[in-house]
Write a protein that binds this ligand. Structure first.
Ligand code: ADP
Ligand code: MG
Length: 689
């Protein structure tokens, strides 16, 4: 392991507990008890640090860590906040490389605490110590039998690693493990995240062989861009499930480009996570459910789901729910139906959902055989077994299912089986058996459909339970934008397909330009500070001849004061699209693609990705639009060239990624027709320096 702090944190040979205490209600007592619990079987050495005691609860104590002749690896600190700086410098003297600060009273406790936290971070940095916390739950590493946390008890060993900003979820992990026997590899709670953060831990978990699924609960992003880049590579080797909370506190950005105004922080964060292949969930229960299912072989390769049920009604409901989440419940082929038929009662349906009816004497055979045949059929990517009441109560049904799933795995079949559990408490012994056999079971139809969707694909359709905040204050145009002529030139030089244009300082030049460009033309006034031209009636389309051009020029001069203007070829009608970008403080360059031209703020149909985009990102961005069908041609108009559009998105994103001097920009509209794409309006704001 290259990260020495991580080895000290997760696999310490010796742990020093500061604030160790024999008093049961103290945090230091809980930590000591967890580290030395006989059933945890931690093999490392535990040292208590205490001003007077020789031993605490049978653990040898020292007065100061500097008295030890050997060095400890990890410090766990549960002392009052104002003692932590001093302790860290003692730790450094004795060679400790990592510390968990469990104590509270830091940034979460107002200004005084915030200052104290800063001095603690400084002390850690000055002493070469990496610090977890403060105000955190601690760390659990089941494969090392390490419970350096304030939780109650140790979860089972398994493949889920949980990173959480909230200590409560450390406890939820233990409770879940007790309830379903699902297993954890590492649990890390970062509390105030003063030093070690999600990027450090994700990097560590990516390389940890015991970790098969990474679940993260984030309240904030330390460095969105680094998280995105790292997650992009990690999701290729193991699934990452993220719950982000606290969207309501997302800061408002003052911005005058359309893109920066539309790209609310939560949309950027969600887009970045999805783009990096993370499975984004919206509640803690789903976070753990999805992690559990994935760790138990629940990875779903495609959209096709078979449902086996003893309630026709629940089958219909689940079909709706699954399809809403992007899965399909396909009709099975005739040969498969013929094979399943004999194991079902006469009135049963073999179409999918397979309805075994209420003939409970035959449940075990009906569920078992149909599950086996579905698993080997090649016609479905997941099997959802619904157990309602009697089907759940009958132990022979679950035993038969467990047996069929085991033998299917032995045959090398990888179609995961999920159970939807709808039964009363008297059926608990059955669900216990399913849990022990490692079969993912979920209570409630909505939850099972949601979990299957998240197990399917990192890019599955997400729900959006929050509403789009409306009416965002304009940042004011005091911020400097390039003049229209310069912005158009810049975009032209970068190689984008601009409508032919020419800028003119007086009406005589304009007349000359119009002849070159060819009537009809569009005239646009270019005045300092004039950013939104339509609102100022500074755009006139359909100018048919010289006379109309002169009249418009005079009108602009009269209303807007004299100045220059741009003559543009009039592009034939098409779909008005918007492509733009801005630099997010945390995620870096963000690209927006939307539909609507001058209507974009009203239509609000747009997608976001982080730049630079690859072709797949660009295609996905286009497919994200609600109104994407418009691009395929409606009411007599032809389809636009999607390939050219995707290529434009890729090249614009690359240009923006590389043009560090550009702070934000809009190409709005890009007019897309059957003939191709024309950029007719460009707005660029350089980075202020
Ligand atoms: P602004 O966004 O500052 O109001 P635009 O240059 O985008 O000004 O023009 C506003 C609208 O005028 C565009 O959305 C488009 O409908 C129309 N328009 C502008 N330029 C052209 C052009 N060259 N050809 C056809 N229509 C145009
Ligand atoms: Mg415009």
């Amino acid at each position: 392991m290259s990260m020495t702090w991580a080895k000290a944190l997760f696999e310490p040979a010796s742990v020093a507990v500061f604030g160790a205490s024999a008093q049961q209600r103290k945090v230091g007592n809980v930590i000591l008890a967890n580290l030395t619990a006989p059933d945890a079987r931690f093999k490392g050495q535990v040292i208590a640090v205490h001003p007077t005691a020789k031993a605490i609860d049978g653990v040898a104590a020292v007065r100061s860590i500097t008295e030890l002749d050997r060095t400890a690896d990890l410090a766990v600190i549960a002392t009052p906040p104002d003692t932590v700086v001093g302790i860290l410098s003692d730790c450094a003297k004795s060679g400790i490389r990592a510390a968990i600060v469990v104590s509270g009273g830091f940034a979460e406790a107002g200004d005084g605490g915030r200052n104290l936290q800063q001095s603690v971070v400084k002390a850690a940095q000055a002493n070469g110590i990496r610090l977890l916390g403060p105000n955190c739950f601690g760390v659990v590493n089941t494969s090392f039998c390490l419970n350096a946390s304030i939780g109650i008890g140790m979860p089972c060993k398994g493949g889920i690693s949980l990173f959480t900003q909230s200590g409560a979820y450390g406890m939820v992990a233990f409770a879940r493990s007790e309830a379903t026997r699902c297993g954890f590899a590492k649990i890390v709670s970062v509390g105030n995240k003063a030093d070690i953060g999600e990027v450090d831990i994700l990097e560590y978990l990516a390389g940890d062989d015991d970790t098969h699924v990474i679940a993260m609960l984030l309240e904030s992003f330390s460095d969105g861009r680094r998280l995105f880049e790292l997650a992009r590579s990690v999701t290729r080797i193991k699934p990452v499930v993220v719950l982000k909370t606290g969207w309501g506190q997302a800061g408002q950005r003052a911005a005058s480009s359309h893109t920066a105004a539309l790209a609310d922080n939560w949309r950027v964060a969600e887009a970045a996570l999805r783009q990096s292949g993370v499975r984004v969930v919206f509640d803690g229960e789903t976070l753990i459910d999805v992690a559990e299912a994935l760790d138990r072989g629940g990875s779903v390769k495609g959209r096709r789901v078979a449902v086996v049920t003893n309630s026709g009604g629940v089958g219909v409901e689940l079909t709706d729910l699954l399809e809403r989440k992007g899965s399909h419940v396909p009709t099975l082929s005739q040969p498969t139906r013929n094979a399943i038929r004999p194991c079902l009662p006469a009135l049963a349906s073999d179409v999918n959902p397979i309805d075994v009816t209420t003939d409970w004497a035959r449940f075990s055979e009906a569920y078992g055989t149909s599950t086996r045949l579905l698993s080997s059929s090649g016609e479905v990517d997941a099997i959802l077994v619904v157990l309602v009441q009697r089907a759940a109560e009958k132990l022979d049904v679950v035993d038969r299912l467990i047996e069929e799933i085991r033998t299917a795995r032995e045959r090398g079949e990888h179609v995961p089986v999920f159970v939807c559990w709808l039964a009363s408490a008297s059926a608990e012994p059955s669900i216990r058996r399913l849990h022990e056999a490692g079969i993912p079971c979920f209570r409630g139809t909505g939850q099972v459909a949601r979990v299957i969707a998240h197990c399917r694909s990192p890019h599955c359709e997400q729900e959006r339970p929050w509403t789009v905040p409306s009416g965002r204050a304009e940042g004011g145009d005091s911020v400097k934008w390039l003049s229209m002529a310069v912005a158009l030139d810049t975009a032209q030089d970068a190689g984008f397909p601009l409508a032919r244009f020419s800028s003119s300082n007086n009406v005589a030049q304009a007349v000359e330009s119009a002849c070159r460009v060819g009537y009809p033309v569009v005239l646009k006034a270019d005045r300092p500070g004039l950013v939104h031209k339509t609102e100022a009636q500074a755009v006139r389309v359909g100018i048919a001849n010289e006379e109309a051009l002169r009249a418009t020029w005079a009108d602009f001069d009269r209303r807007l004061g004299s100045g220059s203007a741009v003559i543009q070829e009039q592009v034939p009608a098409g779909v008005e699209l918007a492509v733009g970008g801005y630099r997010d403080a945390s995620f870096g360059p963000v690209i927006l693609f939307g539909i609507g031209g001058v209507w974009i703020e009203v239509v609000r149909d747009f997608s976001l990705r982080l730049a630079p985009l690859n072709r797949d990102d660009a295609d996905a961005m286009i497919n994200d639009l609600r109104l994407r069908a418009v691009l395929d041609g409606v009411r007599g108009s032809g389809a636009i060239d999607r390939k050219a559009l995707a290529e434009l998105l890729v090249s614009v994103s690359t240009w923006f990624f590389e043009s560090l001097w550009v702070e934000e920009f809009d190409f709005n509209p890009v007019i897309a027709g059957e003939q191709g794409l024309s950029v007719v309006d460009v707005r660029i704001r350089p980075r202020p320096n």
